[in-house]
Design a protein around this ligand. Structure first.
Ligand SMILES: Nc1ncnc2c1ncn2[C@@H]1O[C@H](COP(=O)(O)OP(=O)(O)OP(=O)(O)O)[C@@H](O)[C@H]1O
Length: 241
């Protein structure tokens, strides 16, 4: 792991206003996430997990404090700068996969590359390569409805990885998968983190699934209540077989 952290927050706070009353969703969070690591953020419903992920991914601005991600200071950015930051640095993976139903796996994965100004052929070559790496080489021309839930989520992962983001954020990414497929998907996450030396941050309410990460950050009432390191033996693991 490199010395400069992928994520660093200082007194990061987010206060929403609901009907004139303040709702403190994040309360002075100080967090450092090393490059090349897999972090799970856990906590009960309403504890602030998604709010934290949204701040780190540049989807929302903090009310107070600093948020540095992949060498960028997000709290100083305009909306236009944030859009650019997200496109160039961040991959997002969602619980609902968010795939385009009418498009094949190949086209779904190639789509975010259109912002790069690449030719159609180059986009499709990259998409094909990433889908092969994730074990979907035989499903390039399948539409989402022709794939299992686990395969659809792997297409979602391939789409996030196609732009070669330095950091990936996943919000309850296995929420729509059965427990066995969820575990396989998390083993895949860990293998991808190792293989591509990427930084992944995942939100989950499930302690067992969180234990697949290197670090578990627990949040309670908008504050970090605990940080646990998890030991893994990755010597026998491979990316999607
Ligand atoms: N856009 C918003 N406007 C007002 N309040 C909000 C908004 N988003 C979140 N909150 C509030 O901030 C707090 C934290 O919400 P957040 O969605 O981050 O929790 P969470 O831990 O992700 O919950 P869950 O596991 O249920 O998704 C909650 O009290 C929530 O009601």
């Amino acid at each position: 792991m490199d010395a400069e952290p992928a994520v660093e927050t200082k007194d990061l706070s987010k206060v929403y206003r609901v009907g004139g009353s303040p709702v403190v969703a994040l309360n002075r969070v100080n967090l450092s996430i090393p490059r090349g690591s897999f972090t799970a953020v856990v906590g009960t419903s309403g504890s602030g997990k998604s709010t934290l992920l949204n701040m780190l991914g540049g989807l929302e601005l903090p009310t107070h404090g600093q948020v540095h991600v992949a060498g960028h200071r997000l709290e100083t950015m305009s909306e236009t700068e944030l859009v650019r930051f997200r496109r160039e640095n961040v991959g997002f993976i969602f619980q609902s996969f968010n795939l385009i139903e009418s498009q094949t796996a190949l086209d779904n994965v190639a789509m975010p590359l259109s912002f790069r100004g690449w030719s159609r052929q180059r986009r499709r070559e990259r998409a094909r390569l990433v889908l092969h790496q994730l074990g979907l080489g035989h499903h390039l021309h399948h539409k989402p409805s022709q794939l299992s839930g686990g395969q659809q989520q792997r297409v979602g992962i391939a789409r996030a990885l196609a732009v070669q983001p330095s950091i990936v954020f996943a919000d309850e990414p296995t929420g729509n998968l059965d427990s066995r497929t969820a575990e396989q998907t998390l083993n895949l996450f860990r293998a991808v983190v190792r293989r591509f030396n990427q930084t992944w941050v995942m939100v989950t309410h499930d302690q067992h699934l969180a234990s697949f990460a290197d670090t578990i950050v627990s949040i309670s009432d908008g504050r970090i209540s605990n940080i646990t390191q998890v030991e893994h033996d990755d010597t026998l693991r491979k990316v999607a077989t």
